[in-house]
Design a protein around this ligand. Structure first.
Ligand SMILES: O=C(O)CCC(=O)C(=O)O
Ligand SMILES: [Fe+2]
Length: 332
């Protein structure tokens, strides 16, 4: 044995080109070898999305607990359908065990109302501190959901790799060496928020999230449907990156934090996962040296300890970008 895997002759195959490459070089091309004769006249599958509503849904958390009704549903789904959707919804009593306390951001809950008069957002969410790992507060993690912890930890690790590459690029763009923003900022911290937007019978009356910019350095958003004002159509397998307030401040306004909001939908609930990357609480943030020059680019923001900025932001009603005025210098 020389360690090579022997060809067992189980499959007969000849080389086939990469379809991704075919489409990349000519997005209109559908080579003849791919065309099914019977389908030349119309679509293979019905596009009727209403049909998909009838596919059985199995609640994985009930199944994992050995719930007899759920096991029976699994039996019927396998027998009658051969496919089904797996959902992971926890009962509200269970979710409340991970509920955030008043004036806290971590845990399950809703966007806090700062005042009684404020309009509320049509969304529920869970926010978890994910990095550095010693900041994980497992009492807020729904550990009763099988696989959740492992999945979130892996997701967090992968997001961090992307975040560090983005940070290194921003560092160079803001006049520093690749690793300088990181070393000046200490560790790039991370928190993950999973947002759930239920359907709304009168979607035009409400907002999933009111207009705001995020207070962090940048956010990586994984979404399964579209957002507005500029509707961000989700491209499969891609993330949306939002530039946030800390980057606006450090770049002395060259990069503006993006104001965004979320609309709701009458027919379809939506889930998004926002990974926020931000400096250490104790870090002082302010325009980087290379981004200021008195002649052309006077300093626009004052320095502030990051935690003080966040505290100030959360003490206000979410209202577009008004909170960033708090650090703006108006004397120029
Ligand atoms: O769900 C979205 O598309 C955005 C959510 C968001 O803006 C946030 O969590 O800060
Ligand atoms: Fe946001």
């Amino acid at each position: 044995m020389d360690g090579r895997v022997e060809n067992l002759g189980w499959v007969k195959s000849s080389p086939v080109p990469s379809v991704q490459e075919i489409v990349r070089s000519d997005s209109q091309s559908v080579p003849e070898r791919y065309v099914h004769e019977n389908n030349k006249d119309g679509p293979i599958v019905s596009q009727d999305s209403a049909n998909s509503l009838q596919i059985p849904v199995i609640d994985f958390s009930f199944l994992a607990k050995g719930d007899e009704d759920e096991v029976h549903k699994l039996h019927l789904a396998c027998k009658d359908w051969g496919f089904f959707q797996l959902s992971f919804e926890l009962p509200i009593e269970e979710k409340k065990k991970y509920g955030k306390a008043e004036n806290e951001i971590e845990g399950y809950g809703q966007n806090f109302g700062v005042s009684q008069h404020e309009k509320l957002d049509w969304s529920d969410m869970i926010y978890l501190s994910t990095l550095p790992s010693q900041n994980r507060n497992f009492k807020f993690w729904p550990l009763s959901l099988p696989g959740f912890k492992e999945a979130l930890e892996e997701y967090s690790r992968e997001m961090q790799k992307i975040g560090e590459e983005i940070q290194a690029n921003l560092s160079v763009l803001m006049g520093l060496k690749r690793d300088e923003l990181k070393s000046s900022q200490g560790e790039l911290k991370q928190g993950i928020r999973i947002n759930y937007y239920p359907t709304c019978s009168r979607p035009h009356l409400v907002l999933g999230v009111s207009p705001h910019s995020d207070g962090t350095s940048f956010t990586l958003l994984l979404q399964d449907d579209d957002v507005s004002w500029i509707p961000v159509k989700p491209i499969p397998n891609s993330l949306v990156l939002n530039i946030d307030d800390a980057t606006e401040i450090q770049s002395n306004g060259m990069y503006k934090s993006i104001e965004h909001r979320v609309i709701t939908n009458e027919k379809k609930a939506r889930i998004s996962i926002a990974t926020f990357m931000f400096p250490d609480d104790e870090q002082e943030i302010g325009p980087l040296e290379a981004m200021i020059d008195d002649q052309n680019h006077p300093r626009l923001y004052r320095n502030i300890k990051y935690v003080d900025y966040i505290r100030e932001k959360f003490s206000r009603k979410m209202e577009g970008k008004v909170h960033i005025q708090f650090v703006k210098l108006h004397n120029k």
